[in-house]
Design a protein. Structure first.
Lengths: 112, 239
């Protein structure tokens, strides 16, 4: 991977990590949901800056270039994160439905 | 005369629920004290709700499980709306002893503290329940980080046996950590300049039910999350 790409990816990773930490601090996100982003980009930083690690993983996974590997891995992880988010959203839908029903029943009990 | 509320967060504790409540009522009668009780049934799927209604136990049944943070916060909201002066968190599994409540609320009544934590690790009592070695190591690691962030040493960082005054009731009713509430809320309070005092208590071993933190991986994940949460606590905008 060219030095430009390594530096660019590194900067991007640091920005994301700082952004997520900032969001956690401001209590805009739950820690348990943001942990995956932190772990992902810390791992990426480690791969970028430990000499030889990136090349080793690239060869092991059978990719031609490191940039292809990083891209593919990132996309795969994003898919998984999205699926998990889908599950979380579905659970939240259920909770909201429950709230609506219970409050509606309470309101109608008050009225009658 | 201070109005005191005991909040009992409870999840699937049908076996010890009634016994614990009766112990408090007995204590009230015997010592001519009035500790009010509110049991927060955190969406239990056992017979907890039935036991509460059959025995006239004051109870708020959450329509969905929220976890310890959400359940205890519900108790704080209840305390705020009913104008209580002191709230004591009292676990629903029988580990806490009602006789220590008077020790825990004393520093608040004397205005020596805003929050009082009943600590298992101040008094070296062989008979008392000291918790497993792993948990104690975890607790001291959390203690280290709280000291790092706030400068104050707290010995029993995860003790749910704690009392708070009106100022803290207002704060917690408004905003209370959902995950890892005990260490994170203590850190936040300390950062905001409030005073925490620890008093020694003895806790009993869990009689019935199962603790919610069982296997090792979960504990490591928990530790990592708590430490990160503590490091990221802010002062907040109000005092």
């Amino acid at each position: 991977m060219s030095i430009n790409l390594v530096v660019l990816s590194g900067i991007f990773s640091v920005i994301i990590i700082l952004l997520v930490l900032y969001l956690i601090k401001k209590e805009n996100v739950n820690i348990k949901y943001s942990l995956v982003w932190l772990v992902l980009f810390v791992l990426l930083l480690i791969c970028l800056f430990v000499p030889g690690l990136l090349a080793f993983i690239t060869k092991m996974l059978g990719f031609q270039t490191s940039s292809n590997m990083v891209l593919s891995l990132l996309i795969s992880v994003l898919v998984i994160i999205n699926i998990v988010n889908t599950i979380i959203n579905s659970k939240q839908d259920k909770k909201i439905r429950l709230l609506i029903q219970e409050i509606s029943i309470m309101k109608s009990n008050d009225k009658n | 005369m201070k109005k005191i509320l005991i909040v009992i967060p409870s999840y699937n504790e049908e076996k010890s629920l009634l016994k614990n409540y009766q112990a408090i009522i007995e204590y009230n009668k015997k010592h001519k004290i009035k500790y009010d009780v509110i049991l927060v049934n955190d969406g239990s799927i056992d017979n907890s709700e039935k036991i509460c209604s059959e025995n006239n136990i004051p109870c708020i049944s959450l329509i969905h499980n929220l976890g310890i943070g959400g359940a205890v916060q519900t108790g704080y909201k209840y305390a705020l709306s009913h104008d209580y002066d002191i709230v004591v968190q009292f676990d629903g599994d029988g580990q806490h002893d009602i006789r220590y409540v008077k020790n825990i609320i004393r520093p608040i009544i004397n205005s020596d503290a805003d929050m009082v934590i009943g600590s298992r690790f101040l008094k070296k009592d062989k008979d008392s329940f000291q918790s497993s070695k792993m948990r104690r190591i975890g607790i001291s690691i959390i203690s280290f980080f709280i000291k790092l962030v706030t400068g104050k040493k707290i010995y029993d960082t995860t003790s749910g046996f704690r009392a708070i005054n009106k100022k803290i009731i207002y704060l917690f009713a408004k905003d209370y950590p959902v995950e890892y509430p005990e260490p994170v809320s203590s850190t936040k309070i300390l950062k905001m300049g409030y005073k925490i005092v620890e008093v020694p208590v003895c806790m009993k071993d869990r009689v019935n039910g199962v603790s919610s933190l069982k296997n090792m991986w979960k504990q490591i994940y928990y530790m990592f999350n708590v430490i990160l949460s503590i490091l990221l606590v802010t002062r907040g905008s109000d005092k």
